[in-house]
Design a protein around this ligand. Structure first.
Ligand code: NAP
Length: 470
């Protein structure tokens, strides 16, 4: 899918405009002393007239000029709290924006009781001048460190901006007196509101990487050979654009084959399609080889999104290798699979590019009611595996009396009710199927809407029943 700069829905942008301050052209500066080297739910509930009708077209909405400007703003947050910042209009901020585009974390440490300092891992253009700081000032020190001041200091810095609306005490309360991780990203990309802002008209969600991803697709676990090729082609022929595979499924080559055939036969461009694959913990020892193999097997140019399939030894290094492939343009977005609260809390401060997606087991009998908002509040999209309970469990779930009665009320199938329930929770669905009729049915989720009461009834079915061990 294309990287979107101006396509965004209006309500989401209203949020962004208020959360990300515009730049100032204030070139103020100057002064003077010491610092040591320190190492959607914007639901456009469009009830399509002929749902799941195989429309290949995903209409593009043009954002207004103001929306485009807001999309391009640099946002700074600590945890879920987004700062209001007046950024300088200079080369250093431009370079910082480029660096932060996909979302980046910076680990900061308290220094001298009045400033938080963190390395950005690379050198930015600088134009240092003697500067006396005041609370809230953000400066570049030595070209490669970002400093946020609670108090006053004088030294040669390049000004980056100023946090507004917080006094010295509030800054200290927000950033603390020890270590803290801050996040930088461009535009709407870290807001949980953005995460939930599924665009039901376009059937996409904006990822924190700046790419749009379809909100429903096909899972290919256990599909092989001709069944896999045909399932991928059925999906693409009928308007689906999202495909999930993995090294572990042993079918990246046939997924690629199905995609190439569909592109040629149905006139679909590569840019319209979004392919997720994963590297397995057994591959973490040599992540370059694993990524190169996935690129080669899929043989579709780039990979839209690569996930670490499970936590495991060497996962941080494997992720950092994927980050390098993002810089090289061979992978566009990154994510994790089977990462929960504890694992994410431990992992996120160790990496630079915030994952765009976490893929976990979620279905009505295992709802992850605490994990889902925890992930979404970080601006990360949640995607569910085993949406229909997984093979061997589907008949019980699809035959559940509550789900069946809701399905009857809407004249749809139990599978459609479950998938729609996910979408209305802001969760992307990738049901697995080797059956063309099921694949078409699973795309047909946009001609009905579950009521709050129905959503609540399904939420009460949760029984914490995991259908796999991880
Ligand atoms: P699932 O989607 O919950 O269930 C698949 C089963 O549902 C198949 O037996 C399929 O049968 C049936 N089905 C599909 N659509 C149906 C419909 N409309 N009506 C009735 N039955 C229907 O399980 P899954 O495929 O294992 O999981 C989904 C995807 O998640 C996988 O394919 C894979 O891509 C991913 N996944 C990821 C992980 C991970 O660790 N990250 C783990 C497991 C799965 P038919 O073939 O007959 O349609």
């Amino acid at each position: 899918m294309k990287r979107v700069k101006s396509v965004i829905c209006t309500i989401m942008m209203m949020f962004v405009i208020s959360a990300c301050a515009g730049r100032t052209s204030n070139d103020s500066a100057v002064s003077m002393s010491g610092q040591e080297e320190i190492s959607k739910e914007t639901e456009e509930m469009t009830m399509t007239a002929s749902p799941g009708n195989g429309s290949d077209e995903m209409p593009e909405q043009e954002g207004s000029k103001e929306e485009a400007v807001a999309m391009n703003e640099l946002c700074l947050s600590v945890g879920d709290k987004r700062m209001s910042v007046e950024w300088e209009d200079n080369e250093s901020v431009d370079a910082l924006k480029d660096l932060a585009g996909s979302g980046m974390n910076i680990n900061m440490s308290m220094y001298g009781g009045f400033e938080q300092v963190g390395s950005i891992g690379t050198s930015l253009p600088r134009n240092d001048s003697q500067t006396t700081t005041s609370p809230g000032d953000i400066v570049l020190y030595s070209g490669n460190q970002i400093v946020i001041f609670y108090g006053s200091n004088s030294w040669a810095y390049t000004r980056l901006g100023k946090i507004t609306g917080l006094d010295e005490k509030e800054l200290e309360d927000t950033f603390g007196n020890g270590d803290v991780t801050i996040s930088l990203s461009v535009g709407a990309q870290t807001a949980s509101e953005a995460t939930k802002s599924f665009d039901f008209a376009d059937r996409t969600v904006m990822l924190n990487s700046g790419y749009e991803m379809p909100i429903m697709g096909l899972g290919t676990y256990s599909l092989d050979h001709d069944t896999c090729v045909n399932s991928v082609k059925t999906l693409l022929q009928n308007g689906g654009r999202l495909i999930d595979t993995a090294y572990m499924y042993g079918n990246e080559d046939v997924v690629g084959e199905g995609i190439r055939q569909a592109m040629e036969e149905y006139g679909i461009s590569r840019e319209e399609i979004f392919v997720i694959t994963k590297i397995y913990p057994s591959q973490f020892g040599d992540p370059e080889a694993a990524i190169d193999m996935a690129l080669e097997k899929l043989d579709i140019g780039y990979i839209d999104m690569m996930l670490l399939h499970h936590p495991g030894n060497g996962d941080v290094e494997a992720y950092k290798t994927m980050e390098r492939y993002v810089e090289e343009g061979k992978i566009r977005s990154l994510g994790l699979s089977n990462w929960y609260v504890e694992e994410l809390t431990d992992f996120l401060p160790q990496i630079t590019i915030t994952p765009a997606l976490v893929q976990n087991e979620i279905h009505p009998y295992y709802q992850e009611q605490e994990v889902v908002p925890f992930i979404q509040e970080k601006g990360i999209v949640v995607q569910c595996w085993y949406p229909l309970g997984g093979r061997g469990h589907t008949s019980e779930l699809l035959g559940d009396e509550t789900i069946k009665s809701i399905a009857e009320a809407h004249g749809v199938s139990s599978a459609q009710v479950i998938l729609r329930w996910d979408l209305q929770r802001g969760i992307v669905v990738i049901p697995g199927s080797g059956n063309p009729d099921h694949i078409k049915e699973n795309l047909d989720l946009f001609g009905f809407e579950l009521t709050e009461d129905e959503m609540e009834k399904i939420s009460l079915l949760d029984r914490g029943e995991k259908h796999d061990w991880y």
